[in-house]
Design a protein around this ligand. Structure first.
Ligand SMILES: [Zn+2]
Length: 190
């Protein structure tokens, strides 16, 4: 009986957790929040001024170094590597040409800020360009590579349509809210 009650409660709560809210963006849906760590800190920093007259074209999501970065939806790994400004990065292409970008992945050896970690510090073993991966697959580890060396470890997250970059914040807030409710429920049922 207790088991039945718990199963029904879980089913109801999961339905509630994944049902779209009125404020949710309808055009693309983040099935997962990009960090496994639900306590990640982020706010709407789209358009904030950056050096050289640039504007911030993403959302910075702060979390502990080495914590897991996950794919927000099913898709293909269409780019992964290293560049000066982004540091270690990975790009996933989703349905209808939507893309998610994850930058400043980890470049440090464990317990250090040495900047000399290789690919294995940034990406999980086996992740390769061209792979199809389901939502929630680990695609990297939180870090401070590229021009983020002087900041707290964070993922610079971008969302692109086939033609432009969009402010990822409302999508992240929606996904984070759903994820948080699931985690809260899980802790109550334990
Ligand atoms: Zn950023």
């Amino acid at each position: 009986m207790n088991y039945l009650f718990r199963s029904l409660a879980l089913a109801f709560a999961l339905w509630f957790a994944v049902a779209p809210s009125a404020s949710a963006a309808e055009d693309f849906r983040l099935v997962y929040f990009p960090h496994e760590d639900v306590r990640s800190d982020f706010h709407n920093d789209w358009g904030n001024a950056r050096s050289g007259g640039r504007r911030h074209k993403g959302t910075d999501i702060f979390a502990a170094k080495h914590s897991k970065v996950v794919a927000v939806a099913d898709g293909f790994v269409t780019a992964m590597g290293k560049s000066g400004r982004a540091g270690y990065y990975v790009r996933i292409t989703h349905q209808d040409g939507w893309e998610s970008w994850y930058m400043h992945l980890n470049n440090d050896n464990p317990g250090s800020d040495d900047g000399s970690g290789g690919l294995e510090a940034a990406f999980p073993p086996g992740l390769e360009e061209g792979m199809y991966i389901p939502a929630g697959t680990v695609v990297g580890f939180v870090g401070d590579s590229g021009n983020a060396e002087a900041t707290s470890p964070h993922t610079h997250f971008e969302l692109h349509t086939a033609t432009r970059r969009v402010n990822p914040y409302p999508y992240l807030a929606d996904a984070h809210g759903r994820w948080f409710r699931v985690m809260e429920l899980k802790s109550k049922l334990r």
